[in-house]
Write a protein that binds this ligand. Structure first.
Ligand code: C5P
Length: 230
């Protein structure tokens, strides 16, 4: 079977990660959650004092600090998923907090941050056999990907999914807070100057508001079959 690259982009909490992880598992491909990488840089910036409490970013400070950010995806044998380690520490829980979610769109719009992370992502996917999800994978990171999917779902459905996810992780947060965070991130991600979230012209749209994960997988498996036949 021919190896391909699969680029998955879409709005916040549209179910990209669960979908991408399942596809990678089925195909035996590597999975890269690029949102986790932007979240890790944000956590690093917060911890290093480059983001003030009012959200102001010390951009020159953060840029100088960027080479100190060492990120690795390491498999957690208990959950079977790759988790993000920042400078030798597992930060998978911390990067999903509402505090990081509130700051990440401001950090991810900095061209210097994007440049570094895009380069890293391109290296990770150079050998194909990869499923990568984010906001600019089909447009900037892998514009030549054989399969591009643009995912979305109704904002209420997305907020409810995120709410349940955080409750499961015992994080205290209200549904209203999540709705507000999703609304703000959608706006910031689609209107930023550098690599805004947009559908690549050749991407297939998947609105999963009323689809189960099994239905989504069945939908994509058919597309993959056509593309991987030798
Ligand atoms: O995918 P997730 O919601 O975890 O992404 C967190 C944030 O990281 C997004 O809201 C966006 O600002 C940024 N991001 C990005 N480009 C990507 C992936 C994520 O700008 N490829």
């Amino acid at each position: 079977m021919k190896k391909i690259s699969i680029a998955i982009d879409g709005t916040s909490s549209s179910g990209k990660s669960s979908f991408a992880r399942k596809i990678a598992e089925k195909l035996g491909y590597a999975y890269v959650d690029t949102g986790a990488m932007y979240r890790a840089v944000t956590l690093y910036a917060m911890r290093s004092g480059f983001i003030e409490s009012d959200g102001t970013i010390d951009v020159p400070g953060l840029i100088v600090g960027l080479p100190d950010v060492r990120m690795e995806f390491i498999l957690n044998p208990q959950t079977g998923s790759n988790e993000l380690w920042l400078n030798g520490e597992n930060v998978e829980q911390q990067i999903r907090s509402i505090e990081v979610s509130d700051q990440v769109s401001a950090v991810s719009q900095l061209p210097e941050v994007r440049e570094q992370l895009v380069l890293l992502q391109q290296q990770m996917g150079a050998a194909k056999g990869i499923v990568m999800d984010g906001r600019d994978i089909g447009t900037v990171v892998f514009p030549q990907a054989e399969l591009k999917i643009f995912m979305t779902a109704d904002p209420e459905v997305r907020a409810m999914r995120r709410y349940k996810e955080l409750l499961d992780k015992k994080q205290k947060v209200s549904l209203e807070e999540i709705m507000e965070n999703i609304r703000k991130r959608d706006l910031a991600d689609t209107t930023r100057a550098v690599s805004p979230l947009k559908k690549a012209p050749d991407a297939l749209t998947l609105d999963n508001s009323r689809m189960s994960i099994e239905e989504q997988i069945a939908w994509v498996e058919e597309k993959i079959r056509h593309l991987t036949e030798e």
